[in-house]
Design a protein around this ligand. Structure first.
Ligand SMILES: Cc1cc2nc3c(=O)[nH]c(=O)nc-3n(C[C@H](O)[C@H](O)[C@H](O)COP(=O)(O)OP(=O)(O)OC[C@H]3O[C@@H](n4cnc5c(N)ncnc54)[C@H](O)[C@@H]3O)c2cc1C
Length: 477
């Protein structure tokens, strides 16, 4: 038996007994604790840091919701569960979990209402800029590739990024409100308590956990269950090496210290299966200001590989995982603007051929790409990657420049999307697909809705949505 698992016979006395023991107080843990305690179940949250928040409090705070939320309606957008479902099934990577996706879309309006009930404010206004976290306190924003080919043909586009009302980064406000709601609930929080092991019966039933606090260990019995909401594993080099080594090349692995995969390892030690451990969100925000979407993105062969107006979560994934992390954004003098998140120009040329030489690209590769692009752009078209007409403009005006979008130069922000395998009610599953009694999970310690081509808001969205379900299930025992 690994030291992550303790046999009940080792426990002389339990220091505490609760119904539901939640491990980790990020967005998923807060939602779990709120719903578990709401049912009347005695709920304790263990948090290894000095207080709640986790990576959720460092995030943009965008929640992906739709299907006609009051905020969407207030901003004049017509959306349906079906369009949201079709977009997400098409855009969330290979084989996302259909049952979870269906429930999420059906329950999205109700989840928005629940967030508002917890005190999360959403200004009833729409941000008119392009996709991403708004630089304003507007509540509704495009946060994915909904308007981009092929998704705009698959589902009617609607903005679904719901952002708590604060200028710029909204994660801190989201967590301030959710943690305040937990404090006001019957759930208790034990900060500076790191869960170091699960207590498991020989038949597999998880009946409690061991926590370490200031050098002392405490055994906590959980009659209903233990819910793992400890976040992802982007700070665990060894796990990244095993599952997605390319992520180690990203400059920006921002996460709370807890994102070291400890909860996933506890679950695995208890016999859990994992899903999509190689799935990562990689943001490459090259196109701010938005006019830079009129540029042409090429790989090391000088070839285009994606519609440049794709959401930055898709751009980063394509550039790093499918094109070796080597890419440039080609602009001409007419569309040149200083980018917000990219380094200075990597090369300049009076002609495309000169630029190509400067960049060391295969002779003729970039020139033929630009010739083809410009030929169709003259007619306002992009039959190769179907960029939105609003961003199509022939690039003829010298000098030509290339912004370096390679992983070694540009901002690639990564976090993990895979984790413990769970059912729609948060039960952690073993490799045969059977629930491990007493063990539940939610948030980034579990496999999420998006298993690729990330749209912003899905992580906080599914973490809180399925956290609530896990809390209710664990409370029933
Ligand atoms: C810069 C940035 C911006 C982002 N913006 C967005 C966004 O706008 N929208 C979105 O949906 N996603 C966003 N994300 C991703 C999102 O923030 C995370 O995926 C999400 O917060 C994970 O939530 P969680 O509750 O699962 O984990 P966390 O919020 O990380 O919480 C896990 C908690 O568990 C604790 N913990 C860990 N191990 C233990 C242990 N063994 N014992 C006790 N406690 C433990 C941790 O200390 C932590 O408090 C962003 C990420 C980054 C890096």
């Amino acid at each position: 038996m690994s030291n992550l698992i303790r046999d009940p016979t080792e426990i002389k006395t339990w220091d505490e007994e609760v119904a539901v023991l939640v491990v980790g107080l990020g967005a998923a843990g807060a939602a779990t604790a709120l719903e578990a305690s709401r049912t009347g179940a005695e709920t304790l949250v263990l948090e290894r840091a000095g207080g709640g928040g986790g990576t959720s409090a460092m995030s943009g705070g965008v929640l992906y919701l739709g299907g006609g939320t009051p905020l969407q309606q207030a901003c004049g957008f017509d959306d349906s569960e079906e369009d949201m479902f079709k977009y997400l099934m098409a855009s969330c990577g290979e084989s996302p979990d259909e049952a979870k996706m269906r429930l999420y879309c059906e329950g999205s309006v109700g989840h928005y209402d629940w967030l508002v009930e917890q005190g999360v404010p959403f200004k009833q206004t729409y941000y008119h800029g392009c996709s991403g976290e708004p630089p304003s306190d507007d509540g509704l924003v495009w946060s994915g590739s909904e308007r981009v080919h092929p998704f705009c043909e698959i589902a009617k586009p609607a903005p679904r990024g719901h952002v708590p009302q604060v200028e710029n980064q909204a994660g801190p406000l989201l967590m301030k409100q959710l943690c305040a709601a937990v404090d006001a609930s019957a759930a208790r929080v034990a900060s500076n308590h790191r869960c170091i092991a699960l207590v498991q019966e020989p038949d597999g039933h998880v009946i409690g956990a061991i926590a370490e606090s200031f050098g002392e260990t405490r055994a906590i019995r959980a009659t209903g269950g233990v819910v793992v909401t400890t976040g992802g594993f982007v700070l665990n080099d060894r796990m990244l090496e095993q599952h997605r080594p390319a992520a180690l090349r990203c400059k920006f692995r921002v996460a709370a210290d807890g994102d070291d995969g400890s909860g996933i390892q506890l679950g695995i030690a208890a016999g859990a299966a994992t899903q999509h451990m190689d799935a990562v969100s990689i943001s490459l925000p090259i196109t701010q200001p938005w006019g830079l979407k009129r540029g042409v993105m090429v790989n090391a062969e000088g070839q285009r590989f994606i519609a440049e107006d794709s959401y930055y979560g898709r751009l980063g994934e394509w550039a790093l995982l499918h094109h070796g992390g080597k890419a440039w954004l080609i602009v001409d003098d007419a569309i040149f603007e200083k980018p917000e998140y990219m380094p200075e120009v990597a090369a300049v040329g009076e002609t495309v051929a000169e630029l190509e030489r400067e960049l060391g690209l295969p002779q003729g590769g970039l020139a033929s790409t630009m010739a083809l692009y410009n030929q169709h752009a003259e007619a306002g078209q992009d039959p190769v990657f179907h960029k939105n007409t609003e961003y199509i403009q022939p690039l003829h005006s010298p000098p030509f420049g290339a912004f370096g979008c390679a992983v070694d130069d540009a901002l690639y922000a990564v976090f993990t999307l895979g984790g413990l395998d769970t059912d729609v009610d948060g039960r952690v599953l073993d490799p045969a697909g059977d629930p491990i009694a007493g063990l539940y999970g939610a948030g980034r310690s579990t496999s999420g809705l998006s298993v690729g081509s990330y749209s912003s808001g899905l992580s906080l969205g599914d973490g809180t949505f399925f956290g609530r379900r896990a809390g209710r299930t664990a409370a029933k025992g």
